[in-house]
Structures are given as C-alpha cells and as structure tokens.
Design a protein around this ligand. Structure first.
Ligand code: AMP
Length: 274
C-alpha cells in the first residue's frame, strides 16, 4: 500500500514506479486542479485503482501562443490538493522528453472536423498526439475523462481506445453553484463574465430538461437562442448545436443528444455541453 504521493518527473522514474502495478487508473490533466479533476480521481479510486494524475500543459494543442502563455498554472497548489486527495502518483513530464520520440501523427477525417475541431484547427491533433505519447508510457487500462470536454472524450475513445485496447471512462460534468462547468480557464473570467456565463448555463440546462419532445423544432430554436445570447450578453458563439451523443451527427438521432456550445466572453473561450 502506498501512503505518500510519489512525484514523477521523467520517464525513467515513471517506469521504475509503475511497472509493478497492473491496476492503474490514469487521469490526464493540464493542472489548475479543481473539483472537476477531483471527481475523476475519486471515480478511479472508487474502482480501487492505483491512481496516476498527469499535469502537462501541452503546447501542441494550443493554436494560439497567447492562449498557451496565459493558461493558468499553479503547480505548488496542485501538489497540495492532489496529496489531500490521496493520489498515488503525479506525473510531471517536460516538453522536451515527452516529444523526443518520433511518433505517428493523427489527422482527423473530414466528417470529424466539427465543433471544436472546426474552430480550433489543429487542437485535437495535438491532444491525440500527446495522449498517444502518455498512453504509450503509462500502461493503464482505465483512463478517466470528463464529459465537459465531450468531443475530446469522443475522439480519444474512438481513436486511442481502440489502438491501446483500453477503457476510456466518461465522468459527469461538475458545476459550480452558479451552474458554470468548473474549468481552469474560469480563473480568467471577471465578475461580469461569470454572471453572464452563469445565465447561459442555466438557460441551457433548463432547455435540456424539456428537450426530448420535438428535437427537430429545437434546432430552429437553437439558432434563435444563439442570436439572443450574442445580443443579450455580448458574447461570440463558435457554435450552439444539438448533436447525437453516439456519433456527434446533426441528424437522424439514434440515441440521446446533447447541446454543444463554445463561445468567447471577454477574450476567454468557454466550452460546455448539456
Ligand atoms: P483539463 O485539465 O482541463 O485538460 O481537464 C482534464 C480532465 O478533466 C479532462 O478529462 C476534462 O474533461 C476533465 N474535466 C475538466 N473540467 C471538468 C468538470 N467541470 N467536470 C468534469 N470533468 C472535468
């Protein structure tokens, strides 16, 4: 039994530390640890897995340098929180070592270039690249990912889940009392933006409750709603769309659907789904 969180800073230490374990649960993050991350960790721990958290602000998934530079980082506080949560291992790779090896890059199909793949060109290629590297090192069979980043979960499950024959487990979105999905980026919001983001989240949560009746009519209403939000809250939407959660298609819903949004508010880009 491990009592103390082991902090691992390079691949050599990683191999030494986790080679002996076959029941490892992996929670990849970019740090700024919050209740959303904590819920993923707790789900892994409930499954009695030795839990490894990685913190790595991955440069290849940022399509704007300014966004990468301003991404909130606070490793000292993160370590404190993760220790309290009784995480077994914390992996803190550096860019040079993680990207040293030449590995196959991933390209998305045309049909996959939707939602954030359309509006953040190269983003998911970067996410798949780093996750491919992390998964090749951390031989975990169970990876925990948040529904908050649904398209990320969807693509990793589809592309890397198959490749590594691993279990990609989706975990519910944790929200603040004001209903905003908790995110590291929320630290960049001012009071006014928080109020507006809270209103948008509440309205969409409400709408989702009454969704199943007439899905097609809903789509028309969503267009109106997007315009209404943009005018009312002075935000700019990349998308506000209703899609099937099994295949992310816009039509012929086979299973449950979700409302996906991405918008920019006072220079911060937020995403969510309901
Ligand atoms: P990030 O550090 O933002 O890259 O997120 C790391 C992981 O935590 C991803 O799988 C996210 O989907 C997940 N996550 C982030 N925020 C939340 C949240 N509010 N609720 C649940 N999971 C989350």
């Amino acid at each position: 039994i491990l009592l103390k969180m082991k902090i691992i800073k390079n691949i050599f230490e990683l191999n030494k530390a986790i080679n002996n374990y076959n029941n490892v649960g992996f929670v990849p993050t970019m740090g700024g640890i919050h209740k959303g991350h904590a819920s993923l960790i707790k789900i892994s721990q409930r499954k009695k897995l030795n839990t490894i958290v990685s913190i790595f602000v991955n440069p290849t998934q940022f399509n704007k340098k300014k966004d990468f530079d301003s991404y909130p980082r606070n490793i000292k506080k993160d370590i404190q929180i993760l220790k309290k949560l009784k995480v077994d291992f914390l992996f803190l790779p550096n860019v040079k070592e993680l990207y040293m090896k030449k590995m196959k890059k991933f390209n998305l199909k045309k049909s996959e270039k939707i939602l954030c793949a359309k509006f953040r060109v190269g983003h998911f290629e970067g996410v798949l690249n780093v996750m491919n590297r992390l998964l090749s090192l951390i031989k975990s069979k169970h990876v925990f990912m948040g529904e908050k980043d649904f398209q990320q979960y969807f693509l990793i499950k589809k592309i890397l889940g198959k490749k590594y024959k691993i279990n990609i487990i989706s975990c519910p979105t944790i929200r603040d009392k004001n209903k905003i999905a908790i995110s590291t980026r929320n630290k960049l919001l001012n009071k006014d933006s928080i109020k507006k983001a809270s209103c948008i989240a509440k309205e969409l949560l409400n709408l989702k409750k009454n969704l199943d009746l007439k899905k097609l009519k809903m789509r028309v209403n969503l267009l109106k709603l997007k315009t209404y939000f943009e005018k009312m809250y002075k935000v700019k939407f990349d998308y506000l769309e209703l899609r099937d959660e099994k295949n992310l298609k816009l039509k012929n819903f086979k299973s449950k659907c979700r409302i996906f949004i991405a918008y920019t508010i006072s220079n911060v880009r937020l995403i969510d789904n309901f």
